[in-house]
Design a protein. Sequence first.
Length: 350
Amino acid sequence: MIINPTKKALPIFNKLVRVADKDQAKRFAMANPFFSWHANYYSVNRKKIVILVNDLTYATVVLYNINAKNKTNLARFITDGIRAAFKIAGISDKDIDAYFAMAGKIELNVGFNRQVTGVIVDMIKMADAGRFIDYRELIQVDLMNLLMQTPYKQKDYIVAKEAVKRAFDKGLSIAENATELPETTYQVNKTWADYHQWDKYEENPALLEGDAAGYDRVVAEVQANNKLLLEEFKNYLTNAQGLSKKVVTKHVNNAKFFVNEFMAFYTIKTPLKSADDVLEYFSDWFPRKAAYSAAEIKTNAGSIKKFLTFMEVTGEISAENVKNAKEDIKDGVEMGIEYLQTINDMSAGW
């Protein structure tokens, strides 16, 4: 049985035995989702609450207060939690024992299924900052029961209690013949025009000096082309990255603000110059003009990194420029957060 935590949650699971081959474990998990669980955590009053969700059924395990001491027994707690989750669904001890016999020992890999991790995020929101936690128990059966009766739209409004019953009724089996990871379904569909036709306006600003109407016209042309580029960026995030509609929309909107607002603020620049200007964007312009928190700066940085990767995939920006730009983003984010903190400190003193 494979446990696949998010990168953030991995330290909590460091006492588990790691898989020998990450890709092989991922192939096994994808071929046998009933024997694969994704995991994350949240905190309530400094206590870590671990949530595990089954890849096939969304059966849910919630473990309270997984501290340094409890981590040493985490494999047993996970097993007991899965048993409790299946009991919630009305599964007999005999069938649960058969599941564990077939699943084998618990092994640790890393999260890969964004659909399941998205469900965990929804569950954390539902848990409502600890309102449903029984602080006397490690295995949170009541909260698990609530979460397993909730329909989740990520998989046609699946309800875990019903899905677990269907999985056991179908019969337990292990698929051994899945040896290849799925290939990306993404292919570049270049619908936008060559951006180089607008380079002259950046290189020679005098072309539009004193011509406000002309400047607005050229900006509108570039932004119309950006719309086509961003539509393909959306396609890339959906098909190549496998991101949810909500997350895709967030990244596209952040990239849109960057290329439509910032890149045309001082002069006319196209997305081809994106890699050159990220340091200024995150260290100064974005914190001054739009950002209201450090978290927002970090979120936007993630979006622009994905946009730069997309621009590399499409051949619009070189790999070397993208690599350098991502280093600039790291530095820019640090400076931007320092700027916000300075402004906040000054405001607090007024």
